[in-house]
Ligand binder design. Structure first.
Ligand code: AMP
Length: 358
């Protein structure tokens, strides 16, 4: 989607990843397939581009450092380094005064037991690095469960955090330009299923006070990290009306996909503008919107019934060109526009149901 935005504005796009025929590669001018650790290939890649950005966090910092020796990287490797590791990220947030759920670092069963004791049950054990969409995550509800949960992480560095009995989850997708200018898409409300984003609605059904707090926190986080580009802040909204920062994603985010159909400037164009040093575009939203993810599970009974979803005139279909529809894999999404975010959510879910056989 970034590559599409870039091509539309006349940019040439080169993409680098360990795979071929990737969603970006299908749109890009040049697709380079090499391991992120192949620093010679990384250096060669930089010879043909002016600026580099990334679309997911799990890239070794050495790779980004190598890129930065030759060409501009936006956002910087420091932003990536902080946000790709839960412990570094939460430590940065806590030290900078942003509210987070209490957490402890875990590298042994003893540390896990102390952490669980300090935080109280239930807790959530997560790998510190290389986790997303609930991968490498376990809820611990009784003292006896810790050992097995830790064993499942196979010796990876971990973090244990207090379980948050949240009222809802929300996010703010925001952008910061090269000149420090700031833009945001308001507060988005996110429903997850099995730790994977399921449906987002925008604007979120939260009070103006909460919305203002979330946006001003997002702005302060982008400034503290000196971000150039798009960054998404994911929050828990607790039952007593407090916002806690759960996670940062230093790139366009799944919860911001609705912006492609609903806003003057999509989050992808905004990323492009920021990393290319252009002024940010308007984030004005034409109409309330909802987005529903299409996971590989939908393919279980065969190819989904695309015409049935397209029969909803206010629903837009996005498929990413991924060939293998594994369960839990994000294959595409639907966006619906309506008079209210709630009506858009109903519409987008109806369109998604219509995709299924039987
Ligand atoms: P994460 O990968 O940390 O974003 O977690 C994915 C999802 O798991 C979140 O969006 C929540 O729905 C849930 N989750 C993660 N951490 C917690 C927590 N400490 N308390 C309650 N739910 C959590």
């Amino acid at each position: 989607m970034f590559a599409i935005a870039a091509r539309r504005m006349g940019y040439r796009v080169h993409t680098f990843s360990p795979e071929t025929d990737t969603p970006t590669g299908q749109v890009a001018d040049v697709e380079v397939q090499a391991s992120y650790d192949d620093l010679d290939a990384v250096r060669e890649f930089t010879r043909h581009v002016d600026v580099v950005t990334f679309e997911f966090e799990n890239i070794p910092v050495a790779t980004v450092d190598t890129v930065a020796e030759h060409v501009l990287v936006r956002p910087s490797g420091d932003v990536l380094h902080t946000s790709q590791h839960r412990l570094r990220e939460k430590t940065f947030l806590a030290r900078s005064g942003f509210p987070v759920t209490p957490f402890r670092s875990v590298s042994s069963l003893e540390e896990l037991e102390t952490g669980v004791h300090d935080l109280g049950l239930p807790t959530v054990l997560k790998t510190a690095g290389f986790g997303y969409d609930g991968k490498g995550q376990a809820k611990i509800t009784s003292a006896g469960e810790g050992e097995a949960a830790l064993r499942a992480l196979d010796g990876q560095e971990a973090i244990v955090e207090a379980f948050v009995d949240f009222e809802r989850e929300v996010s703010v997708v925001a952008a910061r330009g090269l000149d420090g200018s700031f833009a945001h898409y308001g507060v988005i409300e996110n429903a997850h299923r099995q730790h994977i984003l399921d449906v987002s609605i925008a604007p979120a059904l939260v009070s103006p006070k909460i919305a203002e707090e979330a946006v001003s926190m997002a702005r302060a986080i982008l400034e503290a990290l000196d971000v150039v580009g798009v960054l998404c802040v994911e929050f828990f909204l607790t039952r007593d009306g407090k916002l806690l920062v759960n996670e940062l994603a230093p790139r366009p985010h799944n919860s911001g996909h609705f912006t492609v159909d609903a806003c003057v400037t999509s989050q992808f164009e905004q990323q492009l503008r920021a990393v290319c040093g252009l002024p940010l575009g308007s984030t004005g939203q034409h109409r309330p919107a909802a987005m529903a993810n299409l996971l590989g599970d939908l393919w279980q009974a065969g190819e989904p019934l695309w015409p049935a979803a397209c029969a909803f005139p206010e629903v837009k279909l996005h498929l990413y060109g991924k060939l293998v529809p594994r369960p839990g894999r994000k294959m595409g999404h639907l966006t619906a526009l309506a008079a209210s975010a709630g009506a858009a959510a109903k519409l987008v879910c109806a369109a998604r149901r219509a995709l299924q056989h039987g």
